[in-house]
Design a protein around this ligand. Sequence first.
Ligand SMILES: N=CN[C@@H](CCC(=O)O)C(=O)O
Ligand SMILES: [Zn+2]
Length: 426
Amino acid sequence: MAGEYRLLLENARQLVLVCGRGEKYLLRAGMASLAVLQNASLVVGQDGYIKAVGQADVIRNQFSGATFERKIDCTGKCILPGLVDAHTHPVWAGDRVHEFAMKLAGASYMEIHQAGGGIHFTVEHTRKATEEELFNTFKHRLERMRRAGSTLVECKSGYGLNLETELKMLRVIERAKQSMDIGISSTYCGAHSVPKGKTATEAADDIIHNHLPKLKELKLSGEIHVNNIDVFCEKGVFDLDSTRRILQAGKDTGLQINFHGDELHPMKSAELGAELGAQAISHLEEVSDEGIAAIARAKCAAVLLPTTAYMLRLKQPQAGKMLNEGVIVALGSDFNPNAYCFSMPMVMHLACVNMKMSMNEALAAATINAAYALGKSDTHGSIEIGKQGDLVIINSSRTRQRSAVTDSSQVTIARGIPRSGAAVCP
Ligand SMILES: N=CN[C@@H](CCC(=O)O)C(=O)O
Ligand SMILES: [Zn+2]
C-alpha cells in the first residue's frame, strides 16, 4: 500500500490489543482472555488513528510502498494501548505531608476534614494560587503521568468550591487540553466539599443556580468544555438528596455523571448512580449488595481506587464480587494531595495484590474499561483500527510484567495525535 503514514511499530513480540471486536467494555469473562497478537506490527496514519494491526509479515507486505514519518523497531518488546487513568485531582497548590503524619498518629481522613484540614486545606491554598502557578505544577504532574504510560487522564476541579476558583481550575485544565500531549477528560467537581460557612443545601443551590449556568455559557462561547460532573456523596459532605439535585442538574446541562460514592460510609450512592444513568461511580468501598446489582444492570462503571484504600487503610473495594456480578470495573490513580501516585502501573499492581484482581483484569480495567468510564471507549482503550493511536511500548518481552512494571524507564509512549508535533517520546 502506498501513501504516507505517521508511525510504524514493527515486529513486536507481543501486541496486546485488549479487545478487537469493537467492545465498549469487558466483563469478567472477556477480561480473562485478552486479545493478543504475537510477532505483530501496527500502522498509525497522518490523522493519528490506527490504520492497520496484524502479523508483522502481513503488514510488511501490505505497506511495502508506504513511507512513515517514524518507525520503531519493537523486536523483543510488547505494545499495549495507552493506559487510561479514570480518576485524578491533579490541579492544586499546597502539600499535605503534615496530614500524613497526623494519619500515622491515628487521625482518620474525616476527622482531619471536619477539623478544617484535608480538602479544606487544599482549597485555601488553591484559591490563593495564580492560574500560572497552578498550570505549571499541573503540567509537571501530567508529564509524570504520561511517562508512566497514561495517555488519557480524567482531571477534576474541586479545590475552589466557589465559582471563581472552580473556573480558574477548569481554565487550567482546558489550557492543558489544548497544549499538552496527553488526552484529558475534564470534570467539574464544585461539590467536592461543602464550603465553610454554607450548608450542603446552600452549596447545592449555588452550584445549580450559578456554577452550572456559567459552565453552559462558557461552553457555548467555546472557552471551557467540561465533560463530566462529580459530587463527593459522603456522610458529612453531600447527602443523597443534594447529590441527586446537583447530578441531575449537571446531566441536564449535558455533562456525564461520574461521581464519588460509598467511600467511607454506605450512602446508597451506587443505587443513586444507577437511577440517574451515571457513566461511572468511584470508590465504592462501602457499596451495598443492592448497589452492586444496580450498577451492573445500569452498565455504570465502578472506578476502583487502590491507592486510596491503601493510603487510608480502608476496607478494600470488593472487586471480585463486582466482577462476578457483571459490573464494569475500571481503575484510577486518584492522584491528589492525599494519594500522591502518578503511576497506573502501580495502581494495577495494587489492584492485583490488595484487591485480588488478575493481571489481565487489571490491564482491561486500566484501558478499555477506564475509557468506558469516561465515555471514550469508541476511540480509546484498545488497539483497533479506527481508534486513536495512543500506545505504550514496554521494553520487556514478558507481557505478564505489564502489571508489575512500575519503572517508567521501561516504557515508551507513542501518541497518534500529538499536540507538540513529536510522535514518540522516550
Ligand atoms: N474522597 C474525595 N476526594 C478525593 C480526596 C481528595 C483530597 O483529600 O484532597 C478522593 O477521591 O480520594
Ligand atoms: Zn477523588
